[in-house]
Design a protein around this ligand. Sequence first.
Ligand code: GAP
Length: 460
Amino acid sequence: MPETVTMEKIVAFCKRRGFVYQSSEIYGGIRSSYDYGPLGVELKRNIKEEWWRRMVHAREDMVGLDSAIIMHPKVWEASGHTATFNDMLVESRTSGRRYRADHLIEDATGREVEGLSPEELTEIIEGDERIKDPADGGRDFAPVRPFNLMFETYTGPVKSPENIAYLRPETAQGIFVNFKNVLDTTRVKVPFGIAQIGKSFRNEITPGNFIFRTREFEQMEMEFFVEPGTDEEWHEYWIEERFNWYLNLGLSEEKLRKREQTEDQRAHYATRGVDIEYNYPFGGWSELEGIANRTDYDLKKHAQYSGQRLEYFDQANNKSFIPYVVEPAVSPDRIMLAFLVDAYTEEELNGERRTVLKLHPRLAPTKAAVFPLSKKEPVSTIARELYDDLKGDYRIFYDDSGSIGRRYRRQDEAGTPFCVTVDFDTIEDKQVTIRDRDTLQQERIPIQAVRERLQGLISG
Ligand code: GAP
C-alpha cells in the first residue's frame, strides 16, 4: 500500500536528495527563502522549458520577452498596484505577531472573507470569540489595515522619495509596457501572445508551505491579445490548454480541478478568473495557476498614464482597437511542488521498500544513468564511451559504485526514468540492458541504438 505523502516527508526528501535547501542555512536560515540544489535546479529548468516549448516554440501566434525587474515607478501607479495591491494585516497586541486577517478568520471560522474592507474585517475579528492569536490564544488585536505587498528599494545612492523603485510583483506589466515595441518590431497580428518567465517579489505577510508561497518566486506568464468580443472564447481555450498541459505531463487528474473565482477573489483588473487547483498535502485544494480575463484594463491604463497610443490597427477591417487580454499565470516553484508531491511514491519491491519519484521523463532531472557492472576493463571503458556519447543532450549520470540494486535505488529516488547497464555479455554481443523505472521492465538492445531509443522514450 503506498503511504500518504506528508509535507514533512517532502521537505526532508528535498533536502536529503539535493532538490531544495533552506536559504542561508548555515546562518540559521531565512524564512520563506529557498535554494534549489543540483537536482532541484534541473527539475525547475525542465518545467520552465516544457512551458516555453509548448507556449512559444510550438505555436505560430506567440513571441517571448525578458523584461527588467525594476521598472519606472509610474508603471505600478498605472497598473493599480501602488494603490490596491494590498493584503489585510492584523497585529496581535498580546504576542506582537502579524497575520493576514483573511487567513486568521478563515482558519478559525471557515468563513470566506476575501475582498472585505479593513473595517468589516476588524468587526468580524472583534465579534467572533473563536478568532484567537494562534501564537498565544490572545484576543487583543489592533484594527485591520491594508499592507502593500510590493518590495521597495531605491535607485542610485540617494535614499529619497523620488528615487523609490519597486521589485516587480508580477512579470505581466513588463509585457504590457512593451506591447507597442513588439507590434512595431515584429509581424504579429491579433490574436497573438507574449510570454515571459522571470522572478517576481511580494512581501507576503504569511509566506509558507515550503516553496508554495514565498517572497521571492518565479512566474511564467503569458498575455494573449485578442479582439474585444472574442475574449470569452479565448479564455475558455486557454483554461483547457493549460489544464491539459498538466495532464500531458502526468499530473494526477483526480488531484487537479478548475475553480471559478468569486467576485471577491478576483484581482482588481479581471472580469473573470478561473484557478487550476491542485490538492496539496497541506490544507487541500490550493491555487496552482490562475487564468484571468484582464480585458483592456492594463493597456488602457498605460495609455492614459504614458500618453502613448496603445492600440492595434486591424488592416483587414481598417479599424483600430485596444485589445482585450487573456492571461494564464503560474509559478514554476508551485508547479514543482505539485509534481514532487504527485510523483513521490513509497512502495514494496521484492520484499524491500523503495522510494521512487515517478516524474514524467521530460521533467526528470536526470534522464538516464549508465552503470558498468564492473569497474574493470573493458566493461568500464565501454560504459564510459556510452556515457560520453549520451551526455550533452541531457543530464546523464555515471555510477560505478555499489551493487546494481543500490544504484537502481539511488536513481529511483532521483526520478531517473532509465538505467542502462553494461555487463560482461556486452563485450561479445555489443548489447546493453535498459531498465524502466516504473514498470521495471528490462530490454536488451544494441549499444548503437541506445541514443535513439532514449530520445524516443523521453520525447514519447
Ligand atoms: N499576473 C497575474 C498574477 O500575478 P496572481 O494570481 O497574483 O496573478 C499568479 O499570481 C500565479 O503566481 C499564482 O497562481 C501562483 O502560481 C504564483 N504566485 C503568486 N504569488 C506567489 C508566491 N508568493 N509564491 C509562489 N508563487 C506565487
